[in-house]
Design a protein around this ligand. Structure first.
Ligand code: 13P
Length: 254
C-alpha cells in the first residue's frame, strides 16, 4: 500500500529564539501548503510556542525532541506529554541516539516514553540505529531489531497508526557519511518484516519508517525512492530552509 512520505526536521540544540522564528517563517513560506508529504519540525523545547505561532494554519506540524514518562512530579528539567500537547505538539521524538548514547537512555525508558506519548494522544517517532562498531561486527539487524521490539513492547496494534520509526545509523548522524540507499533499504525491510511478526502484515505495511543520518537535498531522492523508506528525519540540513525544502521537493516528486 502507498504510504505518504513523512519528513521531519530535528533542530536539536541549535537555534536561538530569533533563529527558530526566522527558520519557521522561511519554511512556512516555502512549504506551508505542501500536500504530498507530511511535514514536521522539532525545535528546542523552549521555543515550541514561538514556532507553533509561526506554523499556525500551515501544513507543517510541531514536534518535540523528547518527553518524560510520568504525568507530573519531581522530575527536574523534564517535560510531560500533557505539557507538550498543551503547547501544540503533534509528534515527539523518542529514543534519539544522542539521548541513548550521551544521556544514557535505555530501551526500557524509551519504551515507557513511547507508551506515554501514545497515551497522551501524541505521535511518537521512535529512533533506532546501530553504532559503527556494531555494523562492522555484523550486528546491525540484531541491534536494530532489539531496539524496535523493546521500544514497541506493549503498544496496542490500534495505536500503531500513530507510530513512526526512524532508522538512524549512528555512524551516519552528523558525519556527512550517509548510508547508501541499499544499506538503508535493507534495514528498513528488516524492520518491516519484524513489524509484520509483531503486529501483522497490514499494520507493518501501513507503518512509516523514516531514514535519518546526513540526509540532504542532493541524496534525498535516491533514499526516498527505496521501497521501504517512507520519509526522513533530518538534522543539520533541516536548519537551512532551502535545503530542507529541497529534501521535501525530492520526496514530493516521487
Ligand atoms: P543529521 O541529519 O545532522 O545527520 O542528523 C540526523 C539526526 O540525528 C536526525 O534526528
Amino acid at each position: 500500500m502507498a504510504r505518504k512520505l513523512f519528513i521531519a526536521g530535528n533542530w536539536k540544540m541549535n537555534t536561538s529564539a530569533a533563529e527558530a522564528a526566522a527558520l519557521a517563517t522561511d519554511l512556512v513560506g516555502r512549504l506551508g501548503a505542501e500536500a504530498k508529504v507530511d511535514l514536521a519540525v522539532c525545535p528546542p523545547s523552549v521555543y515550541l510556542t514561538t514556532v507553533r505561532d509561526v506554523l499556525k494554519g500551515s501544513a507543517i506540524a510541531l514536534g518535540a525532541q523528547n518527553a518524560w514518562y510520568e504525568d507530573n512530579g519531581a522530575y527536574t528539567g523534564e517535560l510531560s506529554t500533557a505539557m507538550l500537547a498543551d503547547v501544540g505538539c503533534a509528534y515527539v521524538i523518542v529514543g534519539h541516539s544522542e539521548r541513548r548514547h550521551i544521556l544514557g537512555e535505555t530501551d526500557a525508558m524509551i519504551n515507557r516514553k513511547v507508551l506515554k506519548v501514545l497515551a497522551g494522544g501524541l505521535k511518537p517517532i521512535l529512533c533506532v540505529g546501530e553504532l559503527l562498531e556494531q555494523r562492522k561486527a555484523d550486528q546491525t539487524d540484531d541491534v536494530v531489531a532489539r531496539q524496535v521490539k523493546l521500544g514497541l513492547k506493549g503498544v496496542a496494534p490500534t495505536d500503531m497508526a500513530r507510530v513512526t520509526i526512524a532508522y538512524e545509523p549512528v555512524w551516519a548522524i552528523g558525519t556527512g557519511e550517509v548510508a547508501t540507499p541499499q544499506q538503508a533499504q535493507a534495514v528498513h525491510a528488516m524492520i518491516r518484516d519484524l513489524l509484520a511478526d509483531l503486529f501483522g502484515k497490514t499494520i507493518a505495511d501501513a507503518t512509516r519508517i523514516q531514514y535519518g543520518g546526513s540526509v540532504k537535498a542532493s541524496n534525498a531522492g535516491d533514499l526516498l525512492a527505496c521501497k521501504d523508506i517512507d520519509g526522513a528525519l533530518v538534522g543539520g540540513a533541516s536548519l537551512k530552509a532551502a535545503e530542507f525544502a529541497g529534501i521535501v521537493a525530492a520526496g514530493a516528486k516521487l
